[in-house]
Design a protein around this ligand. Sequence first.
Ligand code: FAD
Length: 386
Amino acid sequence: MHRITVIGGGLAGLTAAISAAEAGAKVTVYEAHHTLGGRARTAEGPYRTNDGPHALYKAGPHWSWLQQRDLIGPLAPLPPLEAARLRLRHKGALRRTPPFAMLKLLRRSAQQAPVDVDFLSWATGQAGEEGARAAAHYSAVALFHHDPGALSAAFVQERLRRATKLPPEAHYPRGGWATVVDRMAARAWNLGVRMETLSRVDTLPTDTPVVVATSLDAARRLLGDDSLTWPSGRTTLLDLALRTRRGDAFAVSDLDSPGWIERFTAQDRTLAPAGEQLLQGQIPIAPHETRADGVTRAEQLLDLAFDGWRERVTWRRESVANGRTGAVDLPGTNWRDRPAVDRGDGVYLAGDQVAAPGVLSEVSFTSALTAVSLALGRNALDLKHA
Ligand SMILES: Cc1cc2nc3c(=O)[nH]c(=O)nc-3n(C[C@H](O)[C@H](O)[C@H](O)COP(=O)(O)OP(=O)(O)OC[C@H]3O[C@@H](n4cnc5c(N)ncnc54)[C@H](O)[C@@H]3O)c2cc1C
């Protein structure tokens, strides 16, 4: 029987553990934190904020894998009335529909964007600068970068398409992602996976193949390999609970600069106490900007879209997600150029900044399956993309 060690118990680590155990391996997972889930943890207590993911994109590779194993659980659908309350800030004013020029870039028939040109240059050629900037800023909801227009056109276009598809791809596990993590952990447990929490690994084991399913930063330190870097985003997160007021927007996208505010209780009432709404502002910030700059921009959006929000605040939290929002690809690069999964000597990387396709956590999922397939030394998992 194969033995595999998995370091890190987030989505990537749990995916690796389950798939390896299903293929017959004896698996041990070491997780530094006292709970599993990594960035997919949901806060305990009255305000169930997510550290990282909120949305599971239905066309992603993880969807059918999770569904086949009954791991998704109940979803919180967005009521149609709430869905209609998406607002866009454009030229300082709120509107309900995207500017016409931006729509040109969302057409199904739009040309496939090139890898080696930045999105703003390419999209300006397609739809003019105003539409290109608006589209770039909208795409921030799925890439969390302060300057999406400077990234590879192909990379941004894929995220723009996924984030604007109708009917929407984004689905929300009821109760937050912790519920999916709990189901994955139970599945791993039932398959006989040994899971050690509060177990930070400082030295790589040499007696089994190892899947390093940590962030890329942690993998770089663990492997002592300075080449393990790839760009990511830096985003101010402003979590707020507000007393309920009828007519609040469901979400606001900033088309004037990258930024998104979403009222998560619109689809899932279980995330905050009765009579209160849970919101999160996600405002990407440049390297020279501070958390406070992001908070100021979030508050400007709130002033525009959430009447009297300052008087309605019952709870508030500010933080910065730095390098925690997955890979972004610069012009001339795509996912194949990121740090390879196979590091040699039986060491494999899984995570959202390594060489695997997908959007956000889908990269963690896909790389985890690739890592396990390579570690088992046979085509055990039948991967199409590897
Ligand atoms: C603000 C924000 C919003 C997001 N929104 C979405 C979204 O809507 N949809 C989506 O799909 N994705 C989203 N993401 C991305 C998603 O959160 C991540 O891609 C995903 O959670 C990464 O999972 P992972 O297992 O690769 O890494 P992590 O979740 O970081 O897991 C790594 C684990 O390894 C552990 N670890 C680290 N070092 C060691 C060590 N030495 N020994 C043992 N354990 C160790 C850590 O404690 C951690 O638990 C978002 C992220 C952020 C920050």
